[in-house]
Design a protein around this ligand. Sequence first.
Ligand SMILES: Cc1cc2nc3c(=O)[nH]c(=O)nc-3n(C[C@H](O)[C@H](O)[C@H](O)COP(=O)(O)O)c2cc1C
Length: 203
Amino acid sequence: MDVWEAIMKRRTVRRFKQEPIPQSILINLVNAARMAPSGANIQPLKYMIVDDPAKVIRVFEQVRWAAYLAPNGAPGENERPSAFLLILLDNTIKAATPELDAGAACQNIMLAAAAEGIGTCWMGAIKRERIREILDLPERYTLHTVIALGYAGEEPVAEDASDSIRYYKDPAGVLHVPKRTLKDILLPANGMQSAKSQPAKDE
Ligand SMILES: Cc1cc2nc3c(=O)[nH]c(=O)nc-3n(C[C@H](O)[C@H](O)[C@H](O)COP(=O)(O)O)c2cc1C
């Protein structure tokens, strides 16, 4: 899968096949994160793989899925992710742009995963202190977000947004993700002058 295809096809997945992801692949995804851009090249992020099924279940209990689909947004018992990746900020490294670095790193991870047929859900609605306890995370690390991973068990579709950006499921259970159109997000090239109406001739 080339980069363009991965960008266009990647969708947040919340239903997964019950098939473990080899740890070597998860490590490779962290390698993709390692290559992401970083403000001042500080690279303040660290990562933890959680793929032990007993630990995965415990982390699973601390995350909130698909607020717009509540109470039916969470994966069912046989649709759960097989791993989580923790995105951590190492507080011993003075970060210049930690939030932006995390965004770039996570996108690298999710695109690389998509190329492997692995679905991802980047998650910010998480119980950070509970996850810290479960995984015995030292205070040195701030838990930024987690990414749930598993071989994709659904194929959500993107569509042009009209009046709402809320994702929804159709009667067949397919997740639809409205994206604002290019027309909506792209301002006139080279400045706004061209968008202004031309003055009338006798002005
Ligand atoms: C920073 C961030 C945090 C997110 N947190 C959650 C979350 O806690 N739970 C969830 O189900 N989805 C979460 N998502 C996934 C978004 O709902 C999803 O990206 C959005 O609906 C667009 O769908 P797409 O990723 O398929 O384009 C998060 C996405 C981002 C970028």
